[in-house]
Design a protein around this ligand. Structure first.
Ligand code: CO
Length: 191
């Protein structure tokens, strides 16, 4: 009797230990099951990529900056020669010189430089249309700084406090001569 009980007991013990061992691989097998879900995440990336690309219009023509100033050229093809101005953080004031290197008159192919937040560009451009001679509404509080409109062969400049383009951007420089802003604009930032 006692001998059989020992055999039974040991048999149960073996069975329990066998179950214990077999349950361990079962727990491990749940880990690979989670992997397919993680692998599904990258599938969403291709959808997001095409929409992000057009927004990141990275500047390709940085303006040359020296002594807290730069010179931007504008031509008869309705173009600036720069699409990005980086103002050194060490500058208290900054000057933008605008040089019209074309030959067309100011009332036909006039150019200016206006500085404002990107959010205010459209409103400034619309309200400035037809306001002669400079195509900027009088006392427009959205305008941080602007030059007058010039024609071929002329030059002008504007100087402003750098503090005004440090916070609340992004900031842009652009031409408000009617129809020009789409082509004539660039980013301006303090760095
Ligand atoms: Co223009």
């Amino acid at each position: 009797m006692t001998f059989r009980q020992v055999l039974l007991t040991s048999a149960v013990a073996l069975a329990l230990s066998a179950c214990g061992q077999s349950s361990a691989p079962a727990a491990d097998s749940t880990a690979p099951a989670a992997a397919p879900e993680a692998a599904a995440a990258p599938a969403a990336a291709p959808d997001a990529a095409p929409t992000a690309a057009p927004e990141s219009a990275t500047p390709t023509k940085p303006a040359t900056v020296a002594n807290c100033a730069t010179t931007i050229e504008a031509n008869d093809q309705m173009q600036y020669n720069a699409d990005s101005i980086t103002v050194p953080a060490s500058c208290t004031q900054f000057t933008i010189n605008l040089k019209h290197v074309g030959t067309m008159a100011a009332n036909v192919m006039g150019h200016n430089v206006v500085i404002a937040t990107q959010a205010n560009m459209e409103g400034i451009d619309q309200d400035g249309a037809g306001v002669t001679p400079d195509h900027v509404k009088a006392d427009d509080a959205r305008v941080i700084a602007h030059t007058k409109v010039i024609g071929g062969g002329e030059s002008t400049s504007v100087t402003f406090d750098v503090a005004r383009i440090k916070d609340g951007g992004p900031f842009k420089f652009f031409c408000t001569f009617p129809g020009h802003m789409t082509l004539m604009q660039g980013s301006i930032q303090v760095q």
